[in-house]
Write a protein that binds this ligand. Structure first.
Ligand SMILES: [Zn+2]
Length: 322
């Protein structure tokens, strides 16, 4: 635009209605990320593009809709796009997703993220959990060598539920009974010495050998050395599963015997606890999402908003061989 055109344009700007003004602001602010965001979505989907109705990979391009390439399935005739069948299908404001992914990498609260990118806080909350539903599955397949396992407990929370099955607690609050009861949800974390970490929400109440049997065997090497604290469930589980096990007797003040310690998993727990604190108690049904979010931050595999947006669509950074 030359100087004289700009002069006219500039004068016209003052005549914009409130609505036109807001649209213009949006356009100016989002233009670069709008294009990159769409490009990331289209590119991430390419690897596993298929018809969500019949799973066919025989399809043709079929125009554009909602800023995205549309495809038409040859066998069944249904149309779809890069987001069909993903957690982000049918969500609006695609041009703000990259910025939102940035907020997640900064662990922003629902409210802060909403303010930052100018969406309603209910939208911010919905996006948070849509973003995490697939991204949280970026986990190591198996632990090797020495694996430390330890459990931690968080208060059970029905935050956000319409029908409480018990009296409400304020802001996370304290459980009704002392010690570990069904008011506590057990989170089991296992971490090997390469830093690969897997966690499980084992449900209300104390950790048991049955819970260990259902969680650990699918994700640990048969010749692993399992290290735990003195909780009685571990040795029983290990014996029954035929796995080598060593315990550190923390009560007797013995924290380390050579390579036998649980300091890595304990450090993971403490980072997790500290990170959870500003959320003021998370709803138990969303706990796996928060654990996945914490792992995303801790593992440092997903470092950019682009890479988080790709993970949200199920395309993860290449796994390092473990
Ligand atoms: Zn089809």
């Amino acid at each position: 635009m030359d100087a004289s055109q700009w002069h006219v344009f500039h004068r016209q700007l003052t005549q914009l209605s409130q609505r036109q003004r807001l649209i213009s602001i949006d356009l100016l602010r989002d233009d670069p990320s709008r294009n990159t965001g769409i490009a990331v979505i289209e590119q991430a989907a390419q690897a596993h593009l298929q018809c969500p109705a019949c799973s066919s990979t025989h399809f043709h391009r079929h125009g554009h809709a909602n800023q995205l390439q549309r495809y038409r399935c040859v066998p069944c005739g249904k149309t779809f796009n890069a987001l069909s069948g993903t957690p982000l299908a049918h969500l609006r404001h695609k041009e703000r997703w990259l910025a939102y992914a940035g907020c997640m990498l900064n662990s922003f609260s629902v409210r802060k993220a909403a303010q930052q990118i100018q969406i309603h806080r209910n939208t911010s909350f919905r996006w948070r959990h849509r973003f995490l539903s697939l991204a949280r599955t970026d986990r190591p397949h198996c632990l090797h060598g020495i694996a430390e396992a330890d459990e931690m407990y968080v208060p059970e929370s029905q935050k956000g539920s319409r029908h409480l099955t018990r009296p409400a607690r304020r802001r996370g609050g304290k459980a009704r009974q002392r010690g570990i009861s069904n008011d506590h949800i057990c989170v089991l974390v296992a971490r090997d010495r390469t830093g690969q970490t897997i966690d499980f929400v084992t449900g209300p109440g104390q950790l048991t050998k049955a819970k260990l049997h259902s969680c650990l065997p699918p994700v640990i090497d048969r010749d692993i050395l399992l290290v735990s604290d003195g909780h009685p469930a571990y040795p029983v589980f290990a014996r029954e599963a035929g796995i080598l096990h060593e315990a550190v007797n923390l009560r007797a003040g013995i924290r380390v015997r050579g390579a036998i310690h649980v300091q890595n998993v304990n450090a993971y727990h403490s980072r997790l606890r500290q990170w959870l604190r500003p959320f003021h108690g998370v709803a138990t049904r969303y706990l796996p999402n928060y654990l996945g979010w914490r792992w995303i931050l801790d593992a440092k595999r997903i470092l950019s908003p682009e890479s988080l947006l790709r993970a949200t669509l199920g395309t993860f950074p290449h796994l390092s061989v473990t």
